[in-house]
Design a protein. Structure first.
Ligand code: SF4
Ligand code: SF4
Lengths: 512, 132
């Protein structure tokens, strides 16, 4: 019906009709897709959220004498420089090399500081060669000093994203933000009806109507391009992603911001806006997508596995209201109960709107014309990693060594020394866990002249199950600063013990 | 509403149960956040909660026995840094954070009890709580 060239002519003349994806919903409702396609030329979309898969290629220019940079730090954050002499890639999620600063100032923060025009300390080391005799360089740079600062983000602008909640009894810190215990909040992310891929998605064909390689976009307040489908692109499941590039020198901190997800990591909040040329009815129809049309699963991040259980399904409209009612299983009442849970966004709908509005303004002013994509996005792939999960059941071989609470301290001490162990789970007549006694407890009992096991055993025991991955057990031990956990089956019976020693043999000595 | 004040008790009333008296007469709830009682001076930081009227009455009473000064702000959102995501809302125990129609996140200083929950979770480090 219309071509991009015709739309561009209109833009140049100042005649183009440009609306945001939010405004398009009403227009399609009123006029139908056919009428809307005739009326509207461009729909602007926008999203603004944490996009960890972002970063910048930097070229520093050559120093004199020249150096081949191998280890490169910007304000203490390492940039990958296994490239040509003075090229590096600074990833947004890279923490600071100073452990005390760590995720509080990482790659994303350096990127934001560069965009803000601030001076950044560059320290680099290399190995010397005949052509690159210099070993070390230390100087300050600004964005202006760099030859190039090209943002290349392998995965931005997820079409939708599952929401997160937490079934555990403890607060957890995730890339979806802080999740309170026992399903006390639901965090979600995404611009929904304003999202670029959502508005271009052809629900019948499971492809994108107009977006392709070479589509010119709004990126971080500057002009960018889509250079392909993003990593983990999965159009089949309506989980598309974009790989984008843009010139950092044109961007602004209004649409590019560094953040730190508490106890998780640093990340870059990126504003991405894509103009959609309304070429025909089909395109117009897709642009009418509403928050309520986009289903969002709520996953339990309390389960530290790749495939997290789906707690409920909702949509962006419900999520944006501020509360969602879900059904959860109450272990005490032994039945399903309804719970109204508060929702919180970790991306910004307000900023997403600002992105779409800003792009609209650019086009209306004639400053931004549309590009013809050179090829459609690829089909993508999003399959799991081929890596075996080692579970507790795989490493548990010995029969459990347990004791009843009525044994004496001396007996307990004998068991520990004879079996050469440090932890003794105390069980009832059915073998169910009551508590735990360690060699330390025995020493204390002797020192303080305590006679009964019940007085010295720890009753609130951190335990594990047969199906728990050993990495999860390792995290538990380091989190609670303990050296062993009893393993219980589904009925609470002790089936074995996993100790820090067992794990360090398997996982090596590392920071968990 | 809630109001936080610095309060210096006049020397002659230092050993009188002024706070208890104000609570009894005005039914205002008073939380003593800081108290420094020395022979030469007694200084308090108080948080009053109640209706506007009650608080005014309480302040008038307090004025009789000492001097007070408003604590200007307990919490401040750095408008430049905040991206209005709303991640902080659910972490506030007293519902002092809310979202407006246009998705702007606003802080109600009067309700804030300065617990800093929101400060800790804000990814943008956009919230500043004044120390007392
Ligand atoms: S979490 Fe921080 S950035 Fe987000 S709305 Fe609250 S104050 Fe603003
Ligand atoms: S400091 Fe505490 S009470 Fe005040 S706004 Fe933040 S979370 Fe609410």
């Amino acid at each position: 019906m219309k071509t991009i060239r015709e739309i561009n002519e209109k833009i140049k003349k100042g005649d183009a009709v440009v609306v945001t994806a939010e405004e398009m919903i009403e227009i399609v409702e009123e006029m139908g897709p056919k009428g809307a396609a005739k009326e509207v030329d461009v729909v602007t979309t926008g999203t603004f959220g944490a996009m960890c898969s972002s970063g910048v290629f930097l070229n520093f220019g050559h120093s004199d004498p020249p150096i081949k940079m191998m280890r490169t730090y910007l304000n203490g954050v390492e940039a990958y420089s296994g490239l040509a002499a003075v090229d590096a890639y600074l990833g947004a999620a890279q923490p600071n090399s100073d452990d005390d600063i760590d995720i509080n100032y990482g790659g994303a923060h350096v990127i934001e500081d560069l965009v803000a025009g601030k001076e950044v300390r560059l320290v680099a080391e290399g190995y010397t060669t005949d052509c690159y005799p210099r070993k070390r360089v230390s100087t300050t740079i600004t964005l202006e000093d760099l030859n190039q600062a090209i943002m290349v983000n392998p995965r931005n602008s997820y079409q939708t994203y599952p929401a997160a909640t937490n079934s555990r009894e403890e607060k957890i810190y995730t890339y979806m933000g802080t999740l309170l215990p026992e399903y006390s909040n639901i965090n979600y992310s995404g611009a929904g009806q304003l999202n670029p891929l959502q508005n271009d998605y052809n629900r019948e064909r499971k492809t994108y109507n107009t977006i392709g390689i070479g589509t010119k976009i709004f990126l971080g307040g500057g002009i960018g391009y889509i250079i392909g489908e993003g990593t983990q692109h999965n159009p089949e499941k309506a989980f598309g992603t974009l790989m984008v590039k843009g010139d950092l020198k044109t961007m602004s901190t209004k649409f590019l911001r560094a953040g730190t997800m508490p106890n998780y990591g640093c990340t870059l909040y990126v504003g991405v806006g894509v103009p959609i040329p309304v070429l025909n009815e089909e395109v117009a129809k897709a642009c009418a997508v509403r928050d309520e049309d986009i289903q969002v699963p709520i996953l339990d991040f309390g389960v530290p596995r790749r495939d997290r259980p789906v707690v409920a399904k909702t949509n962006y409209k419900e999520l944006r209201k501020g509360e969602v009612t879900i059904e959860i299983y109450d272990n005490e009442l032994k039945r399903w109960v309804e719970k109204t849970v508060k929702t919180a966004s970790v991306s910004s709908y307000k900023k997403s709107r600002e992105v779409a509005e800003e792009l609209k303004r650019w086009i209306l002013n004639g400053d931004f014309t549309l590009s013809e994509p050179v090829a459609p996005l690829g089909r993508g792939s999003c399959k799991p990693m081929k890596a075996e999960a080692k579970l507790v059941r795989d490493i548990l071989s010995r029969p459990p060594i347990v004791a009843r609470p009525n044994i004496s301290i001396e007996e307990a001490a004998r068991i520990l020394t004879e079996k050469n162990i440090n932890h003794l789970p105390i069980v009832d007549e059915e073998g169910k866990l009551l508590g735990i006694v360690t060699s330390w407890d025995i020493a204390r009992a002797v020192a303080q002249n305590i006679k009964s096991i019940c007085e010295i055993m720890t009753r609130k025991v951190i335990s594990s199950t047969l199906d728990e991955p050993i990495d999860v057990v390792a995290r538990k031990m380091s989190r609670y600063d303990i050296s062993g956990v009893p393993v219980v089956d589904s009925s609470g019976r002790v089936v074995g013990m996993v100790t820090a020693e067992d794990l360090s043999k398997l996982l090596g000595h590392r920071k968990f | 509403m809630k109001k936080r004040i610095y309060y210096w008790v006049h020397e002659e009333y230092r050993d009188k149960p002024i706070i208890a008296k104000v609570i009894l007469e005005t039914k205002v709830l008073i939380n003593i956040l800081v108290a420094k009682m020395k022979p030469q001076e007694s200084f308090l930081i108080l948080e009053l909660s109640g209706s506007e009227e009650q608080i005014e009455k309480a302040l008038n009473m307090l004025k009789k026995y000492g001097e007070y000064e408003d604590i200007p702000k307990t919490i401040e959102k750095n408008k430049e840094r905040c991206i209005d995501c709303g991640a902080c809302i659910v972490h506030c125990p007293v519902n002092a954070i809310s979202r407006e129609e246009d998705f702007t996140i606003v802080f109600n200083e009067k309700e804030c009890i300065g617990c800093k929950n929101c400060v800790k979770i804000c990814p943008l480090k956009a919230i500043e709580v004044c120390e007392i």
